[in-house]
Design a protein around this ligand. Structure first.
Ligand SMILES: [Zn+2]
Length: 293
């Protein structure tokens, strides 16, 4: 089925030239071929490697991640990661090409077809730049930590705001969390999401003093109890990490007792925090790019 630089399909497709990104020694289970709007083909190969996923363990370093719009991710260690710089440039290019396409009214012309392909190409470029960034950041995060805690992305009340909702849907947080989750499971690490009602930005991470709501443009605050200036996002990430550790401790004792995790109350609001079960034995898939034609 698979040999140097090509994939052999049964049926009419026959042998297809392919860029295979890694050696596949084990039994192939399924192949899914998808066609991108810009004409590229991808084959996703599901391989049985005969290995069980390692038992998840939570012994080791725990990191909290606050995903945001100003920085893509801020960690409880104090690191801030921004979206790739050149993404903005491609997005401007996309807008330009989309305008050009919308000016071509006659649907049958060759010019319109070309404009449509040009739009698809930029789309594809953007999604490759973004997924490259997300893959690298999720890989680094999983490599350096044993437990990864992320705030659930039905993020707060931000989605009610239309402008923010658009930015949120573009940000790639969902894809990022999916990557963190499967990479963590693959390596026997623990991935945990914190419920959306956890007030990560409204607690001092040192003293748990409740901080009044701040506008999104307020990037740091002075805590009256510990007299420190807290960076808003790093403080939130630390709270997320601490909450993850708390849930993990509860979750382990709760599974041991065979009971559900009961949410703890924060102030007046009750929370719907629960531990996310770590699935075992997820099949491993390998993505391969093919050049068809
Ligand atoms: Zn404080």
């Amino acid at each position: 089925l698979l040999s140097q630089g090509e994939i052999k399909f049964p049926g009419y497709l026959g042998t297809v030239k392919a860029k295979v990104h890694r050696d596949i020694e084990r039994k192939l289970r399924t192949v899914t071929v998808s066609r991108m709007p810009d004409g590229r083909y991808y084959a996703s190969l599901l391989v049985e490697d005969g290995l069980d996923s390692p038992e998840p363990s939570s012994e080791g370093k725990t990191i909290g991640l606050d995903l945001g719009l100003i920085d893509f991710a801020v960690t409880s260690d104090g690191s801030k990661y921004q979206n790739p710089r050149h993404l903005k440039k491609h997005e401007l290019n996309l807008k330009r090409k989309q305008r050009k396409l919308s000016r071509k009214k006659d649907k049958t012309t060759n010019k319109r077809r070309k404009a449509r392909i040009a739009v698809a190409k930029v789309h594809s470029k953007i999604s490759r730049v973004r997924s490259d960034f997300l893959h690298k950041l999720s890989r680094k995060t999983v490599n350096e930590n044993q437990v990864i805690v992320v705030e659930n992305l039905a993020v707060k009340n931000m989605v009610k705001n239309h402008n923010l909702a658009k930015a949120i849907s573009d940000a790639g947080w969902g894809m990022f969390c999916t990557m963190l989750k499967y990479k963590a499971e693959f390596d026997g690490k623990t991935y945990l999401e914190i419920g959306r009602f956890f007030p990560s930005s409204h607690l001092c991470s040192n003293t748990l003093l409740q901080i009044p709501k701040m506008d999104l443009c307020v990037r740091s605050f002075d805590c009256p109890r510990c007299n420190q200036r807290h960076d808003r996002d790093v403080n939130a990430a630390i709270n997320i990490r601490n909450e993850g550790l708390r849930i993990l401790a509860l979750g382990i004792s709760a599974t041991a007792l065979g009971r559900n995790v009961r949410p703890k109350r924060y102030g007046r609001k009750s929370t719907t925090v629960e531990a996310v079960a770590v699935e075992l034995g997820s099949p491993r898939s390998i993505c391969t790019q093919m050049n068809v034609g």
